[in-house]
Ligand binder design. Sequence first.
Ligand code: GH3
Ligand code: MG
Length: 536
Amino acid sequence: MDRYDKYRQHFLKNIRKRLEEWETVEEIAHQDVYRLLHSIAGTAAMIGMDDIGNYARKLMEQWGEDEQKNGGAKEVKEQLTPLFQLCYEHQIGDVASNEQGAKKGDEPTVLLIDDDPSFLMYVKEHLEQSGWYVVAIADPIKAVASFYDVRPDCVVIDIHMQTKTGFEVLTFLKEKLRQQFVPMIMVSIDDRKETRMKSYEMGADDFIPKPFAIDEFIVRIRRQLERKKLIDELLLLDELTHVYNRKYLKQAYEQLKSDWHRTHEPFCLAVLDLDHFKRVNDQYGHLIGDVVLKQFAQFVKTNVRARDIVIRFGGEEFVVLLPATEASEAFLVFERLREQFERIPFQSGETTFSCTFSTGIAEVNDPSKPIGYWIELADSALYKAKNTGRNCVVLAKQQETSLRRTVKVAIVDDDAIVRAIVTDVVQKMFAKERVALELRTFKDGEEFISSDWHEGKEPCLVILDGVMPKMDGLEVLQQLRNKKDASRYKIIMLTARKSENDIARALELGADDYMTKPFKLLELEAKIRHMLKRMN
Ligand code: GH3
Ligand code: MG
């Protein structure tokens, strides 16, 4: 997938959201329009939408920054219409109607792959009415690449596409999915017997000739989704405790790895083991032991977040995967569970008893290592927990990261897309450096200045936007330079201001470097690398 795709989607979504807000108002503040244009001009060129960026810049010049007047909503919208048309065209051109509204919960996901955008839009709309989450992708190459992000429960593939045939897509997905069952439905205007047979022979679960009646299409997809759910349950759920079984672990880890490559958020793996469980069996019998196991599994499952994955690893040992969670957060989660669980009463005849469990946690910060590595690491922490009296939580030590020096990087920008892109660049760079990164983003200057996150002894690189609401970059800069430990901070100003005065002012106030928006990512990388060398 093009590395900017998700930013483009996000970018367009933000613009549309703003427009929707404006639908209902009568007046729009001049400043709001200016800020929107400003953010479009700054971001668009970075993510390969130069035409939009240029147009926004032109409008900005016409609009002017400092006028205080407000405009009627209708007038403003009229003036901005060509810009929004451009955005709209991009959206259709990139990925047909790929404005993937957020997935709400557990609804099944259907992936539609067809290079005919009008077909995609039509089918997407109808499937969504059935309560499914639908991802429609017009480019088969992108569809294949986005597979892990989408995690479909059913895939519909058109056979005749320009860049890749549906059969190639089918073969690729079948190969990827050997361990899982995801139904594949082929659709085609070519309803010859050979085509149908070839589809089935290559492993398709259904073949539906085009054009089809949408209601029949929906029934056939629903049936596939039901089969998928049943098979998943049979294959991956533990019969006794109804949490996932061990077979699911590898698949779940693969998924988290692919999320990590997108977000670089650490995740945690915890190993939980009931304390002295043998005694429970010995004293109260295996049936009661089973009840405790079942209740324990359900207790854990209902008391962690819905995204967290609970797996029975074997016997009375469970693994919990916690996406987007740092070790310290995971520690608190299991401390809370530990305190709750020891108070739960179990019954055996007349006797009431309680149970406890111990937890070892490893933070996964390098998914190139196999899952076994992290299990071992968490297991060694669990072993310590058992040795220090049980009923406790222990974090595994990460030798490697503690040896490396730490650098803090703050990204202070009111534009969510700039924050996301710069975060991405910084994280990718640090993955290669022997430096541990602590990164934080801030929505405006005030949020940054009032945070104590950047206090301490580590060097801190601040990538600072010049123009922000609340407290702007120049003021943040001034405040940092007035601190006693000012030399700990290296500051790169990002500014869309062409004015040489502002740049001069930034340098005068002690910025170490500056870049004017829109900037090229390579340039940003070069500047950060240069700055890192000067930090100690
Ligand atoms: P520790 O605190 O050191 O973990 O002690 P423990 O007694 O929990 O650990 P040990 O490994 O000695 O014993 C685990 C017991 O769990 C032994 C096994 O019979 C029991 N067990 C494993 N699977 C099941 C099951 O499905 N049902 C029941 N009732 N017991 C099980
Ligand atoms: Mg045990």
